[in-house]
Design a binder for this molecule. Sequence first.
Ligand code: ZN
Length: 508
Amino acid sequence: MKFVIALIRHETNTFSPIPTVLSDFRRGTGQGPAYGEAARLACEGTKNAATAYLDMAREMDAEVDFAVYAGAVPSGVVTREAFEHLCDAVMRSASQGCDAVLLDLHGAMVVDGYPDAEGELLRRLRACTPPGLPIGVALDFHANFSHELIRNATVIAGYCTYPHVDIYETGARVARNIRALLEGRSQPVLLWRRLPMLTHMLRQTPALQPMKDLMDRAMQAERDGEVCLASVFGGFPLSDIPCAGLSVVIAAEQGQIEDSQHLLDELCELAWSRRADFVFPSESVPASITHAKTLREGPVLLIDHGDNCGAGGVTDIMDVLEEVLKQGLEDVVAGPFWDPATVAALFERGVGAEVTVDVGGKTDMPALGLKGRPLRLTGMVERLTDGEYTVTGPMFTGVRQSLGRTAVLRVGTVQVFISERPQEPYDTGVFTHAGVDPARCKYVLLKSRQHFRAGFGPFARHIVLVSGPGVCSSDYELFPFQHLSRPMYPLDADASPAHGDGWVPAGA
Ligand SMILES: [Zn+2]
């Protein structure tokens, strides 16, 4: 028995001004994609979906060809060159022959020329392998779906959590079903429906309503054996492609198709009936900070979700920190802000130096008509680090992360972290590696949306969602969508479920 395994994960914010190149696929490797044995080593011991594939291969005493391990922080559109390179690695391995291909993908990758990159990858994979080859796919909860992706996959499972703390388990669900197929115990088919609704990411988490009932129902159906796999995907809304939106995907045995269709209907009707609850109303930055100031007990998390690199933000917009300083909040740790030039300047000055620097604001965001605007800060260089740490929290546990060189600038009672690389703070390591414990600060300013809950949620006294500007804004009216299929809720009042898309097997 032989398996080809590949991990290619990128969430593309098509409004981000920063293109994604091959060397950006460095998450977990530190230096671009890894191949073969190096890919396997990068994956072992982590909580990736592909790790569950490796575990299954070991249990089945199967040979593994780990074609490529390539994860990148969310950013702008992936270059054609990077995509071709990653695809070629998978095709090279798969075309040499195997019993199954096991993929650990995101589902919202957009490539220059391929708005539906995972669909294109799957299409090519089908074309270079024997008909009927089992292809198992684990996808992020934020996947956007096309016919190409559904038609060419054998089984699909999505994360049931956001923050994503069940990535390994999602791989295990895929592996279990591929194994049943290989052992002749199962012959699954896929059913899919996409609704014309862009849900707000701040309203997506399956831990809370309106999503909770949907995900609970899907998970229960899977647990009870009503279907092989049932996944609800919130979809990634910051993507100007035709197929963005909320989807439900079910893998079922032939004999379960009719019931599966009922389940698909039930879940989609429930999602649509709650569409208004999936909208997050934004308030002004000053109003949010004023509210934060009234909170007596910390830690208070200030979540600047409009500029979250975890969803493609540039991470150098300073408006929220500016307001925090203006309103005089005390005992604050903030960051990390992305600004390699300022980091270089602070390293040159050294620890203890009194400096005045223009932080952040180096990037324009032409898609939204926003201009970069640095924030002038005067303070003391308190600490300089290499930015290296290992994740100890529940998301990407054990993965080695690097912020690049990182400087801590003290401005009064505010500690500002400035790093060479953007990184969404889902683990406290972004601060603790420099000796700062955010759990002991009154205010913690983070550029994140949901994933901060993994590492920072457990000790937060209050969470204030701050609608700072940026390409991750929750106000979809600000985005110049051109390719998105319309009508689409909440942009268009006349959107109805009939404007969605879907797929059920012939004979259903
Ligand atoms: Zn996601």
